[in-house]
Write a protein that binds this ligand. Structure first.
Ligand code: PMP
Length: 420
């Protein structure tokens, strides 16, 4: 089986002819992944931000089972159902009051495509078709489909390879002021110039609030976001916030934009939305977007096959309820404190250039690229699941992780710091 996998199945961001090793998992429960050979690994990744409640959760399993007995899926064209309506009500309730309209889709990347489409269509309908370009910052990540790629960091997003296919957008430098600091002089200067010179062409700004995830796990000042929101108003540009990674408590607030007390015109959610059970995403919009898109009898031309999938929506409602009924803030802040203390010890380690922690995210940045295959092997042998990328080893465990398990994860990080 493993040989078949290696020969025929593409895995993320690795070669098909000489792939990085993939470890077969047989089951997962709580914060543990069980490999087929019987070894158990403590999960430090939440399956890329998703499994906030841990795996095989009885409440989410029940939600899946009872929905399955009604229907797994029906088309959303011309039909509707309680799972989608309930989830929509819930998401509208927990996000800023102005976001009242929701578009369900099947993945984060698609929800970003929809957000971009909404922004372009908005200006087109209002008689300003020249406003069709996006402004963003370097170091961002918004997904792997072409529209989303166009607003990812141009270098890590490999824009040169897809020149002429990926739309050219406007990029300000990566926000340099770290989270928790007042905006440093000059940090928004280039951004300001881009607004001044191009506002007639800019449909929207798109950003990951406070935490830049897959583009480098960088935490930046909430002041930066406030400045962006102010400039958007000043220059009549829409604001799209991508909380696909940060949503549902990961960065210490239910939504990271709360740190800056700003509201988006369009908000993208995904990942932890279903607690890691199924792929589901949502794009939320305010009255301004609704009215703009509907002007001149306009309609949003989008309709994924699995839009509003009942199974995913039921699990998502159960996951959101589970989160809000739990003491998630207490859990996330307990994780934060422990990550700060235990990862903080690596700050002076040779080869470590930075250690940063925000909410239930802990990052150790090295000064050179990590040999992923080798370090991954060490982690697995030590009984932990931590997946480094580039120069980064990072932890974002399920919120339900216990203190001892968390300490095993932070202790294991040292294995990535040993060279040879
Ligand atoms: N936006 C952000 C901020 C993300 O972290 C991701 C996924 N890593 C995406 C969008 C894309 O989501 P998906 O992988 O579900 O398409």
């Amino acid at each position: 089986m493993k040989a078949f996998d290696r020969k025929h199945i593409w895995h993320p961001y690795t070669s098909i002819t000489d792939p990085l090793p993939a470890y077969p998992v047989a089951r997962a429960e709580g914060v543990r992944l069980q490999l087929e050979d019987g070894r158990e690994l403590i999960d430090g990744m939440s399956s890329w931000w998703c499994a906030i409640h841990g795996y095989n959760h009885p409440v989410l399993n029940d939600a899946a089972r009872s929905q399955l007995e009604q229907m797994a899926h029906v088309m959303f064209g011309g039909l509707t159902h309680e799972p989608a309506i309930r989830l929509a009500e819930r998401l509208i309730e927990i996000t800023p009051e102005s976001l009242r309209y929701i578009f369900f889709s099947d993945s984060g990347s698609v929800s970003v495509e929809i957000a971009l489409k909404m922004a372009v269509q908005y200006w087109h309908n209002l008689g300003k078709p020249a406003k069709r370009c996006m402004l963003t910052v370097r170091g961002g990540y918004h997904g792997d489909t072409f529209g989303a790629m166009s607003v990812c960091d141009p270098v890590t997003g490999m824009h040169s390879l897809f020149g002429g296919i990926v739309q050219e957008q406007l990029f300000a430098p990566r926000p340099e002021t770290p989270f928790g600091e007042a905006l440093r002089d000059g940090d928004t200067d280039e951004l300001q110039v881009l607004f001044e010179e191009n506002h007639a062409q800019i449909a929207a700004v798109i950003l990951e609030p406070v935490v830049q995830g897959a583009g480098g796990m960088w935490f930046y000042s909430a002041d930066y976001l406030r400045t962006v929101a102010r400039l958007c108003k000043e220059y009549d540009v829409l604001l799209i916030l991508d909380e696909i990674a940060t949503g549902f408590g990961r960065a210490g607030k239910l939504f990271a934009a709360e740190y800056a007390d700003i509201e988006a015109d369009i908000l993208c959610l995904g990942k932890a939305l279903t607690g890691g059970y199924l792929s589901l995403a949502a794009t939320l919009a305010n009255d301004r977007i609704r009215d703009g898109i509907s002007a001149n009898e306009g309609i949003l031309m989008h309709g994924p096959t699995f839009m509003g999938n009942p199974l995913a929506c039921s699990i998502a409602s159960a996951s959101v309820d589970l989160l809000l009924e739990s003491n998630w803030q207490g859990r996330v802040s307990r994780i934060e404190t422990r990550l700060q203390t235990e990862l903080g010890k690596y700050r002076d380690h040779p080869g470590v250039s930075d250690v940063r922690v925000l909410g239930a995210i802990g990052v150790v940045e090295l000064d050179s690229d990590i040999d992923v295959a080798e370090v991954q092997k060490r982690f697995v042998e030590a009984g932990v699941w931590i997946r480094p990328f580039g120069k980064l080893v990072y932890l974002m465990p399920p919120y339900v992780i216990g203190e001892d398990d968390l300490t095993r994860l932070t202790a294991a990080v040292e294995l990535a710091l040993e060279r040879d």
